[in-house]
Design a protein around this ligand. Structure first.
Ligand code: UDX
Ligand code: UDX
Length: 441
């Protein structure tokens, strides 16, 4: 089938490429000319494992192309996906101006002669957006165009997006029309995954409710981690004990510095806002946000307590990205942590395997040095903080770390380092929701 993907960001680019991989012909559209030019030259705008190879092979097979010409893509493709940003406003409501703008552009390009078109909303949006998209298209397009709007939320995680897309747990399709539903089922037939067929509004709600629930799960274990610290218990053991209950599951029960990224913070805010608008507030999600913010504050407090004064202390930070396997620093807790340390006068040296460039942009104006080597980063440091759950931090040579540091203090904000190994080489090991381990003197 011929598919258009409007918005070639993390979601649009990976989703479009996976559609091409299963045999569809995909036109990826973006209004950023530089991005389109770079993609045409085979340059990747983002780091995502396995994506580059997949793009290269599908472009050369003639199944994937990049353009700025939205109208041409609409004319050519029977299914048109929208994957443009839906950022939060200051009050937490969702900025739908990009969605509205793209809907109008689609409307302009549609004519009755083109035949049936389905416009699919992939961006995360508040419930009832699909209906509004349909109204905009109807209002701005020629009389007699045959178009329907569907909601098809995306559940990919950055860092494992290709695998998540190729092997989804489920595919959610929301439509109030059987014709549109049947067409969408054809799009997804090659993926061999269970399809959840629902109405438009339910599909939109599924996305907000799913992401908010995952954020709630993380905040729950983080709140438990605070109790563990007071009680002398171990949050990892608690997570194991409760996670083995299939009704709960161990997934998304990793205590840490809190959730970040382009989705959870925005979607929790968005859901709170839409529920309030509808007169049915989700107070529980305000607590999720509060716990998430408190997690970083508690951690900073512990570093402060250890060092007494942060001013002029050299603090090494491993991790800038909001999670492992990505260069994305949007709403990254690691970035927030670095900024806070700098504001308190610390001299921060940071390292990230992929987010050095994006991190430097996000931290412009702060007194932070970004290192190209994780061991160089800890040279003369008084504290090392692990802020992102990259695998290479978990398997680091801790002896090498200890030898380079000025003081042997390690704060593991993601509970990924083996504490016994740290103390074995003489490091003091502080983590989340567990007792601090001290080297034997
Ligand atoms: C975005 C939304 O933030 C998210 O809520 C939604 O679920 C999917 O789309 P993401 O793909 O991570 O997520 O956004 P981003 O990486 O910012 O990419 C968006 C792309 O759309 C950019 O390449 C941008 O240039 C493009 N764009 C934006 C358009 O082509 N047209 C526009 O009008 C606006
Ligand atoms: C999320 C959803 O998982 C995905 O389904 C949706 O489509 C987009 O939003 P993403 O933001 O890419 O994906 O990453 P995810 O792996 O969910 O992690 C989000 C944040 O939560 C990261 O900051 C991560 O460090 C944190 N996290 C995750 C925890 O702190 N503990 C956990 O157990 C899991």
């Amino acid at each position: 089938m011929k598919l258009a993907m409007i918005g070639t960001g993390y979601v649009g680019l990976t989703t479009g490429t996976c559609f091409a991989e299963v045999g569809h012909k995909v036109v990826c559209v973006d209004n950023n000319e530089e991005k389109v030019k770079a993609l045409r030259q085979g340059k990747m705008p983002i780091y995502e494992p396995d994506l580059e190879e997949m793009i290269v092979s599908n472009v050369s097979a003639g199944r994937l192309e990049f353009t700025t010409d939205l109208a041409a893509a609409v004319r050519e493709c029977e299914v048109i996906f929208i994957a443009v940003p839906t950022p939060p406003h200051d009050d937490g409501s969702v900025d739908l101006s990009y969605i509205e703008g793209v809907s109008r552009e689609i409307a302009d390009a549609l004519t009755p002669e083109l035949g049936y078109r389905v416009v699919v909303d992939k961006s995360t949006v508040p419930v009832s957006t699909g209906t509004k998209v349909y109204q905009v298209i109807e209002r701005y397009s020629h009389q007699g165009v045959d178009v329907e709007v569907v909601s098809n939320p995306e559940f990919l995680r950055e860092g494992s997006a290709v695998n998540d897309l190729m092997n989804p747990d489920r595919i959610v399709i929301g439509s109030d029309s059987q014709r549109a539903m049947d067409l969408m089922k054809r799009v997804y037939q090659p993926f061999n995954a269970p399809i959840v067929e629902v109405d438009l509004a339910s599909a939109e709600l599924i996305k907000h409710a799913a992401n908010s629930f995952l954020a709630l799960k993380i905040s729950y274990i983080n709140a438990v981690s605070a109790v563990c610290e007071k009680a002398g218990a171990d949050v990892e053991l608690v997570a194991k004990g409760i996670g083995m209950d299939k009704r709960i599951s161990r997934h998304f029960l990793n205590a840490g510095l809190g959730y970040g990224g382009s989705c959870f913070p925005k979607d929790v805010k968005g859901f709170i806002n839409v529920a309030e608008q509808l007169g049915s507030p989700m107070e529980i999600l305000k607590e999720v946000e509060r716990v998430n913010a408190a997690q970083l504050e508690r951690f900073l407090g512990r570093i402060r307590k250890k060092l007494w004064v942060l001013r002029n202390k050299k603090i090494a930070v491993w991790g800038i990205a909001f999670k492992q396997n990505t260069d994305d620093v949007r709403e990254s807790v690691a970035v927030k942590l670095i900024k806070r340390l700098c504001e308190e006068g610390a001299e921060v040296v940071a390292y990230d395997p992929k987010a050095a460039e994006t991190g430097a942009q996000a931290l412009a104006g702060y007194n932070v040095t970004i290192c190209q080597d994780m061991y160089e980063c800890v040279q003369d440091a008084e504290v090392l903080v692990v802020a992102t759950e990259w695998k290479q931090f978990a398997t680091a040579n801790l002896l090498k770390v200890r030898e380079r540091m000025r003081l042997p203090i390690l704060f593991d904000g993601r509970n990924i380092i083996h504490g016994e190994n740290a103390v074995h080489v003489g490091l003091e090991y502080h983590s989340i929701g567990r007792k601090t381990l001290y080297p034997q003197s």
